[in-house]
Design a binder for this molecule. Structure first.
Ligand code: TXA
Ligand code: MG
Length: 320
């Protein structure tokens, strides 16, 4: 039976109750769908790792309703406050030192002294946080290593049997995960490019923001949790910077000038990176069919949101 329900107030209330019983519910955010569990309940958090098949050294994002709520769990430096005030609610996750006595499960931090916090902008996520009155641990609602879900149907495909319900809020507006910024060191550092680009963060802070070593860099993958190389991966192989498609390849195009191919989906015919980000995961899924032997992807410019799009594409193409 389908677990998908309309995200109306009755179902959001039921989802909040399920969370309080330690059950898992999938919910929409403006970035991707999250697999939610009570962040203060060790069993619920352990169930999230188990449902995703996620290595337990890869910590989870905790969603909270407001900056005030965030401040009750973690230490916010002046830089953290500046970023939170400007970009929350929104597609930004801050990695911060846990406060002493912090009531979040240590499992969300994978045993570390830090915690990743985010205030989502999606009204359904906001309502769920308010009605459940608890922080919600929420990684993307996909089996570990696979493509992140941007619709309720995607969630059902991967994790339908693992959740109490899936709140359907329609397709995600941004379609790429949040930008993860660490504020643990002297200078803020981007751990994962995402919905807010580096230039926009730098403009707010008044100085450049560094990027942790990324996929393809020497030794990337060795720099802490979440840096697994192969990720966001369709079942069939992905080939990047393609200028043409082979007979048995599907083409994931970008921009107005598209070479011929039997099956083509275009991330954005006008070359718009925001539109491309919103389409990326759904199109990778749509092209990932048994009769397709590989997905050829046209080049996407490495500017603005293109950095995050290319990060996901490189992971999708990485050796498994
Ligand atoms: O947009 C998003 O961020 C979505 C929606 C559902 O909010 N969530 C998401 O969560 O993508 P997840 O768990 O798939 O990705 C969390 C990322 C991982 O790269 C993880 O390694 C990193 O955040 N992370 C979490 N806690 C961390 C910590 N304490 N230190 C360093 N990195 C951390
Ligand atoms: Mg994920």
């Amino acid at each position: 039976m389908s677990k998908i329900v309309a995200a109306d107030i009755a179902h959001i209330t039921a989802a909040a109750k399920a969370l309080s019983r330690g059950e898992l519910v999938a919910f929409p955010t403006e970035t991707v769908y999250g697999l939610g569990g009570d962040a203060g309940n060790d069993r619920a958090v352990a169930a999230i790792y188990a449902a995703k098949g996620r290595p337990s050294f890869n910590p989870l994002i905790v969603h909270v309703g407001s900056l005030n709520a965030a401040a009750s769990y973690a230490e916010l430096s002046p830089d953290a406050l500046a970023l939170a005030r400007r970009f929350w609610p929104g597609p930004l996750t801050l990695v911060l030192p846990r406060l002493p006595g912090c009531r979040l499960s240590l499992l969300v931090s994978a045993g570390m002294e830090s915690v990743a916090l985010r205030v989502p902008a999606h009204p359904v996520a906001q309502a769920l946080l308010m009605l459940s009155n608890r922080p919600i641990a929420g990684p993307s609602a996909n089996p570990s290593g696979r493509i992140s879900p941007t619709t309720a149907a995607h969630v059902e495909e991967g994790l339908g049997d693992k959740v109490a319900m899936i709140l359907d809020g329609g397709p995600c507006r941004i379609g790429l995960e949040s930008t993860v910024v660490s504020l643990l060191g002297e200078e803020p550092q981007i751990l994962r490019p995402g919905g807010i680009d580096a230039e926009t963060l730098a403009a707010e802070l008044g100085r450049p923001v560094g990027m942790a070593p990324q996929v393809g860099d020497v030794a990337a993958g060795l720099h802490g949790p979440g840096r697994l190389l192969s990720h966001y991966a369709p079942a069939c192989p992905v080939r990047l910077n393609a200028t043409s498609a082979a007979a048995d390849e599907a083409l994931l195009a970008f921009g107005p000038n598209v070479p011929p191919a039997a099956v083509v989906l275009n991330l954005s015919t006008t070359g718009d990176l925001t539109e491309a980000a919103a389409n990326l995961f759904a199109m990778l899924r749509a092209l990932d069919r048994p009769e397709v032997k590989g997905i050829a992807v046209m080049p996407v410019p490495e500017t603005g949101l293109g950095t995050a799009i290319n990060d996901r594409l490189r992971r999708a193409a990485a050796p498994r």
